[in-house]
Design a protein around this ligand. Sequence first.
Ligand code: PRX
Length: 535
Amino acid sequence: MPDMNIASHCTRLQCQAGRAEKIALRWVDADFQPTDYTFADLERESNRCANAFAGLGFGKGTRFFIYLPAQPEVYFAFLGILKLQAIAGMLFSNFGKQAVQDRLADAGAQVLITKQGLLRRIRDILPELPVLQTILVTDLEEDEDQRIRSYPKLLAGQSTAFTVEPTAPETPSVLHYTSGSTGKPKGVLHIHGGLPHQQMTVREILQLAEDDIYWCTADHGWVTGTTYGITAPWSLGHTMVHFGGNFNTENWFRLLQEQRITVWYTAPTALRMLMREEDKIKGQFDLSALKRMYSVGEPLNPEIIQWVRRTLDKDIYDTWFQTETGGHMIVNRPGMPVRPGSMGKPVRGTAAAVAVDGVIAEQPETVGALWLRKGWDSMFVEYLNMPDAYRSKFHGDWYDTGDLAKIDSDGYFWFIGRNDDVINPSGHLVGPFEVESALLEMPEIVDVAVIGAPDPLLYEKIVAYITLKEGAVWDRKLELRCRIHITNRISPIAVPGEYIVRDRLPKNRSGKIMRRVLKAEYLGQDVGDISTLED
Ligand code: PRX
């Protein structure tokens, strides 16, 4: 059986292909100190992790979660987990305790890898997670007890040799959670067999060359951070930079300059933030090594493309995909004329279409649901514990992305918006239900509806319509308490940018709040026939 193990492709196979001494990871810490790890180092470090995990009795199918900011341990542990054929669940380190609890509980997590600062944040949910047997803490010197263990101590003395069992393509690999309109986030499960599609897109879209120095700014908590920040580039032997410092204009441009990054993959909100601080960068940094840039997660507005050309003298290419697709689906790339504002055309082997009322539209410029023909190999295989939700995404041979788009007469795809209530602040999907649930926990708030609205910086902001308990007053203090509460429970990304207080909220006959009515009202659009909007 051909070995489809993603981690073997990222490590052992690279060593066998003559890249053992090539730099795989250049880790640059917050003080800009670089540490290099070769592909041989990746192989040894991930083997140590795999041995340590196996020694604790974990193996095929064990559900691990990584809850850490960017640091080298993340990549080694991730690859070690995949070598065991266990599942690597990925958490954004800004998640609050409810967000972490929901995901660990839903997935039946058995192992969590974290650090002391984050463990403190989630201490009081630990009794609620009986299945979570082991917590490995990267900065703990001695075991606290049987459950909370020192990760460095566990790794010390582990063998750097590990034999990966031949891995079938359908073996589960990476688990990310994604938000929907209703209910809690859904676990999107991927498989080792998704790698060829991801590799094809690195070759054809990112077009990385052997000597490129590539930087993907996405956090490993999101799909871009794992597919294009770990698995696909390493599995083809490319050198990646990862940065442990904060996002700000000087830091990022210093990194680009000092590390002589050649290909940079980032997101529109970050670029808009950099645009606002153009004075700090114009002519101050040497970006001569940088060949081109890519963007993902939100629409790349033409203003950004023009700004990148004018100020940085580079080309930037928009790419579209989703947690569920596991890799690029609709893209721009060098060699294809870019129509600013369009997300481009489907990648090789992918068929995409627009459908209206369940029927594929033949007429160009028709706005409809964006569908993809199923069967690409990086496609997710299930929403964990939600077979009905998974099934409902498919119509015959087609997968409904939940986005609205149109196709022009030359086959370029144009993003219109979401076809559901999911909100996209700065490229990170947020489900309104999660924010509503957190706000309802505030004693002053009796009713709430959350919608997304256009925002010049974030692409979308979260707007919360609230009804207050009698006698309660909306003021800065209460707003601050809401902010703290949502940050602690979900994440800073989920904090509303605007609150609107109402005596009552529009509901249908079954008592369901009609978010779409509020959204139309907010945007000054015709509310239409509300009886047909929601059941
Ligand atoms: O609505 C689309 C938007 O982000 C959604 C997918 O989000 P997620 O699963 O979190 O993955 C984000 C990173 C791949 C899509 O359904 N989206 C993603 N890329 C673009 C985009 N919207 C417009 N243009 C894009 N390039």
